[in-house]
Write a protein that binds this ligand. Structure first.
Ligand code: NAD
Ligand code: A1AUG
Length: 548
């Protein structure tokens, strides 16, 4: 416990500066060296971590390298029932000490973790993300280095702001206060494969508020997530506060959800899994001590709308990036594209195909590759299945459509042209490098906005980007699509929300829209306690109105 006798202010919060990794730069050399070292040392062995101690259950699973599936980046020990039970007990035992730790000390731990991410562990974390999750250098930089450091630093700032929110009035002779208690029980964090930063944020956000957390990482991101756990430990998160529990997802999660002290689910992943977990929680409701909080960001079907007034080159380049960077495996990735006929015929189509044809696909360790592999065999099969379904439904493959999983799970960037704006690849989440284009008559702009709004259950997910120049068209689209997206971008691509700048999340089937990267999400993991203190005692029990 450090100094307490003052109202401290946390340091100014800035976004982590991004490194470009340009040829010849020392950072590029450092990242290459970290990759080479990791390639030499792998496969690693990852234990379950309970109460700060490694637990080797002997029940082993592998995290494959998606660009070279004959190799694996790590072997990890899967938690069994007894291990999960110990993890929950240990977290509950750590709770009293953690929630009583002065805020300044908790803040300092997370600020230190941010600096460990941005400096000492930057390249190691990026190398694990590049090899294990198939990101190229830039994608690893904006995720594993920048977004993760931002989550921790901005989280500290937001908690400071939250704690500062106090009742505006006091009656004479009294003082009103609000205390933001962590939730009673433990939080279950279940994280996805596609963002190392989200892996860190799902346990990090509740822990920063004094909660204890059982963290089940994604099997396909186990190694990078394990490094994050090591960073948090080195920064000073006490044993037991965040229990790292890889394991068979349905079993580990079901056991946690069935526990009487289950206080909240912090989930990011597919809509299907989230809905299932919500139902499981509902079924178990009589068993809980408190009503659990349910926070989840899930699937999406993001779109760009290209108006006839759009600046075509910008619209094309933004669309190429957002459809194909990280192989379309972002919750924000462009997946359906509505282009006005005049824009399509006056250059958009040609440039879109020419630019997409320039994309290099291959192992992400080769920095020239813009795209790497998709995450695994099920994803690979699902994506080619959707390309086939689009063809069967009369869609025309303008470019791509081919895939090769002989060494790694590579799918070429694919553009499908459809005449049916409600065809299957305009509706369902694919989560791969596939974008479907619908060309609308310029005169039907307004009608097209209605179609967009109703087409997918996700309509809302994260992002709608309007690459429009006319202000009038922007206003029209903004109003019509008010509930169709949680994040809207004008003249900008739909990927790349930055913590502290564009809080992210979506409604409808895309999640509870609690806005990670903003103060809003922190309200979900506290249970406020109002405190009224009276400094003046009573002299009579009766009120003046009782006097005769
Ligand atoms: N909205 C957002 O902010 C956001 C961000 C990232 C990813 N996503 C979504 O995540 C999905 C891709 O990630 P993913 O493939 O890791 O998702 P997923 O749903 O397969 O897995 C997410 C997590 O749930 C666990 N899980 C899987 N099946 C489970 C089960 N039956 N019971 C309990 N837990 C289970 C996984 O092990 C993992 O930890 C996409 O749908 C994407 O849109 C959304
Ligand atoms: N910040 C990222 C989050 C993507 C989630 O999968 C983006 O907005 O692209």
């Amino acid at each position: 416990m450090t100094a307490q006798l003052a109202a401290f202010k946390v340091p100014d919060t800035e976004n982590e500066p991004l490194i470009a990794y340009a040829p010849g730069s020392p950072e590029r050399a450092a990242l290459r060296a970290a990759l080479a070292q990791m390639e030499q040392e792998l496969p690693f062995e990852v234990p379950v971590i309970i109460n700060g101690e490694p637990v080797k259950t002997g029940k082993l699973a592998k995290q494959l390298i998606p660009s070279d599936h004959a190799r694996h980046i790590c072997t990890y020990h899967e938690a069994d029932e007894a291990t999960v039970a110990r993890a929950i007990d240990g977290a509950l035992a750590a709770k009293a000490g953690w929630e009583a730790m002065p805020w300044g000390d908790r803040a300092a731990i997370f600020l230190k973790a941010a600096d460990l991410v941005s400096k000492k562990y930057r390249y190691k974390l990026m190398a694990a993300t590049i090899l294990g999750q198939g990101k190229n250098a830039w994608q690893a930089e904006i995720d594993a280095a920048a977004e993760l450091a931002d989550f921790f630093r901005f989280g500290v700032k937001y908690v400071e702001e939250l704690y500062a929110q106090q009742p505006p009035r006091n009656s004479r002779g009294g003082w009103n206060r609000v205390e933001y208690r962590p939730l009673e029980g433990f939080v279950l964090a279940v994280s996805p494969f596609n963002f190392t930063a989200i892996g860190g944020n799902l346990p990090g956000t509740p822990a920063l508020l004094g909660n204890v957390v059982l963290w089940k990482p994604s099997p396909a991101a186990t190694y990078s997530n394990y490094i994050i756990h090591q960073i948090l430990t080195e920064a000073g998160v006490p044993p037991g506060v965040i229990q790292f529990v890889p394991g068979p997802p349905p079993e580990v999660v079901a056991q946690a959800i069935a526990h009487r002290e289950f206080a909240a689910l912090h989930f990011t992943g597919s809509t299907f899994v989230f809905r299932k977990l919500w139902k499981d929680i509902a079924t178990n409701i009589d068993n809980y001590k408190n009503y659990p909080r349910i926070v989840g960001e899930t699937g999406g079907k993001n779109f760009h709308v290209i108006h006839k007034s759009a600046e075509i080159r910008n619209a094309v380049l933004q669309s190429v990036r957002s459809a194909f960077e990280y192989q379309g495996q972002k919750c924000s990735a462009l997946s359906r594209l509505y282009v006005s006929a005049s824009a399509w015929n006056s250059g958009f189509k040609d440039q879109f195909l020419v630019e997409t044809a320039k994309i290099k696909v291959g192992p992400p360790q080769d920095f020239a590759n813009f795209m790497g592999p998709v995450i695994g065999k099920p994803a690979f099969d699902k994506i080619i299945g959707y390309i086939q379904k689009a063809k069967d439904a009369g869609g025309e493959i303008l470019i791509g459509g081919s895939a090769d999983d002989s060494k790694g799970y590579f799918v070429q960037p694919t553009i499908i042209l459809t005449k049916d704006p409600e065809s299957v690849t305009m509706r369902e989440e694919i989560f791969g490098p596939v974008v479907t284009v619908y060309v609308y008559d310029d005169a039907d702009f307004d009608k097209t906005l209605d179609v967009i709004n109703r087409t997918s259950e996700y309509a809302s997910h994260r992002c709608h980007v309007s690459l429009l120049l006319s202000v009038q068209a922007l206003i029209q689209a903004t109003n019509k699509l008010r509930h169709a997206a949680g994040n809207v971008y004008y003249n900008e691509k739909c990927t790349g929300a930055v913590v502290g700048q564009q809080p992210f999340g979506g409604g409808r089937a895309s999640g509870t829209n609690d806005k990670a990267g903003s103060i809003a999400i922190f309200y979900r993991f506290v249970s406020a306690r109002s405190i009224k203190e009276n400094f003046v005692g009573l002299e009579e029990f009766g009120y003046p109105s009782n006097l005769s």
